[in-house]
Design a protein around this ligand. Structure first.
Ligand SMILES: [Zn+2]
Length: 74
């Protein structure tokens, strides 16, 4: 009975590991998503994903501080 329980435990563990490996491969890192276009901060020139940028007047900024300071070249 003890051996059967051990086998069952190993099978469950293997299934869990396999499922975790498959899930990890399909997801990937959210910041490495190629579907999000990069924009340039109008103040410091930093490139960042559009979803993380602050936008104002057709310009993009990397942070709230740079958004407040505005574009550096004008
Ligand atoms: Zn900036």
């Amino acid at each position: 009975m003890g051996r059967l329980l051990l086998i069952l435990l190993v099978v469950v563990l293997l299934a869990w590991l396999l499922r975790r490996a498959l899930a990890g491969r399909g997801r990937g890192a959210p910041h490495a998503d190629a579907g999000v276009p990069l924009v340039r901060c109008a103040h410091c020139g930093l490139n960042l994903p559009k979803t993380e940028a602050r936008s104002a007047g057709g310009r993009h900024y990397c942070s709230e501080e740079h958004w407040r300071l505005g574009p550096r070249d004008g």
